[in-house]
Design a protein around this ligand. Structure first.
Ligand code: F0G
Length: 462
């Protein structure tokens, strides 16, 4: 496929200057950051692809809505606007704002899990995995085998492996499974979408066994776009119709609005059945941890921006450009013979670092090695979605081997242009040409118990 860029369905009204440091300055910044990308200052990064979370550009309509923010502690106008917008998109009766995705997980997971329970997913995102563990449960991943073959192009590589899921339920005992979490799109598998058929199949198994089904919905609109484009029978349906069908199959959702809500902060918990007994527990947990139920840890102006963002993200012109931008990077990598989780997902490109550095063992974190190299050579910040992120077995303390060693280039929404992306690809190509000379990876010299990739200190192995 030749690289073709779909033009932006917007024009730029406000700009934020960025600067590029010299190579010597970048080397110094890496040392002071203990080679952890999360310890670099944002202003020291020329192109920041660390995450697509909370880094999107808001529209004029969102900025205008911010001035309408009603900051009443209880029952603010902005809360009701958000309820109307979110109910329209998801079709659920109960929607609870929270300050971000992990807050939704913190509120919900302890109501579903306890010591000795298990949660099954098509791959947990790291904070969801952490909240399963913090609730006393253990996470079990059942992603389909296709996701583990980065070079094999197929639609819906984010799907749950239904046979494996059923086998896992039998193996661990039905009474011990607290929840099934379906992550759409499947971030850890490369932003790969989940098909409607797979949602249907997962839901049927959950219903048969009486297990609650929760959608981890951070990138719901990108997922719906892939369904519309690639799944038979959906080309004439709108993004909202597809979203409502998808969510209608589940019982509840947690959502980080920092992705497809196109806001800088925000999250939601949703429950389909307004009579569900879980709602009382959600409200108590929100009041204790987030704030009163009509603001959930957000300012009134944040509720306003999210009400608008949820509508904007369902615009097909936007989604075509959004996914087109990621596909453009993928096509340029194809031309250069650089392996990645293919086809590209909805929010970024996940470079197969194990393929680029076959001589660097997972214990030396090849994907982290590539991330450091991108900053060193180009001032580009991105991160490891591999063994470094996965961490240690919570019971034995041993380094786990991830299914993939991906370096994730997460593309913020409505932020970077084609020229920025060309610069990123050109830098990757130069690293690939020099890959043999990057002989060793990194070792951890300090790490916390949980979610270590955010905080760990590393040093190069010489
Ligand atoms: N679920 C998924 C699938 C996510 O990707 C994230 C965040 C969360 C939950 C947690 O949401 O950050 O609002 O608390 N992902 C970001 C990322 C951080 O970079 O992929 P949060």
């Amino acid at each position: 496929m030749t690289a073709k860029y779909i033009p932006e369905p917007f024009r730029i009204k406000s700009v934020e200057p960025i600067k590029i440091l010299t190579p010597a300055e970048r080397e110094q910044k890496l040392r002071t950051a203990c080679y952890n990308m999360f310890h670099l200052a944002g202003e020291d990064c020329y192109i920041d692809l660390l995450t697509d979370s909370g880094t999107g550009a808001m529209s004029v309509h969102q900025w205008a809505s911010i001035m309408e923010g009603d900051e009443a502690y209880a029952g603010a106008k902005s809360y009701f606007k958000l309820m109307e917008s979110a109910k329209d998109v998801f079709g659920y009766d109960f929607i609870q704002p929270v300050h971000q995705g992990r807050a939704a997980e913190k509120v919900l997971m302890p109501l579903l899990l306890s010591e000795g329970k298990f949660a099954i997913s098509n791959l947990f995102f790291d904070t969801t995995r952490a909240h399963v563990i913090l609730s006393g449960g253990r996470p079990l991943d059942c992603v389909g085998e296709l996701a583990k073959k980065p070079k094999q192009r197929a639609p819906f590589k984010g799907n749950m492996d239904i046979a494996k899921m059923e086998e896992t339920i039998r193996q661990y005992g039905l009474q011990n499974i607290g929840v099934v979490v379906l992550t759409v799109t499947n971030n850890a598998a490369g932003g790969q979408p989940v098909s409607m058929q797979n949602v249907r199949d997962v839901a049927a198994v959950c219903r048969r066994y009486g297990i609650p089904l929760c959608i981890d919905a951070a990138r719901f609109a990108e997922n719906a776009y892939f369904i519309k484009r690639d799944e038979p029978g959906y080309s004439d349906k709108s993004i909202k119709e597809i979203t409502r069908e998808m969510f209608g199959l589940a019982d509840m959702f947690t959502l980080s609005a920092k992705k497809d809500g196109i806001v800088n902060i925000g999250g939601l918990v949703g429950v389909k059945d307004k009579n569900s007994s879980i709602i009382a527990g959600i409200k108590v947990n929100v009041i204790n941890n987030e704030g009163f139920i009509t603001y959930g840890g957000l300012a009134g102006r944040d509720l306003e921006a999210l009400a608008v963002g949820l509508q904007e993200v369902c615009d097909e012109h936007y989604l075509r450009y959004r996914v087109g931008q990621i596909e453009y990077v993928g096509a340029r990598l194809d031309e250069a013979g650089i392996a990645y989780q293919s086809p590209v997902g909805g929010h970024g490109v996940f470079i197969d670092a194990a393929e680029m550095f076959p001589h660097i063992a997972y214990t030396e974190f090849p994907a982290h090695t590539l991330a450091v190299e991108l900053y060193r050579r180009g001032g580009i910040r991105c991160c490891d979605i591999g063994s470094f992120m996965l961490g240690n077995d919570p019971d034995t303390g041993e380094q786990l081997k991830a299914e993939f060693e991906f370096t994730r280039l997460a593309i913020p929404r409505r932020v970077y242009t084609q020229a920025h992306l060309d610069y990123v690809v050109d830098t990757i190509i130069k690293i690939k040409e020099d890959a043999k000379n990057i002989r060793r990876g990194y070792r951890i010299i300090w790490e916390p118990d949980l979610m270590r990739h955010f905080q760990a200190h590393l040093e190069p192995i010489i």
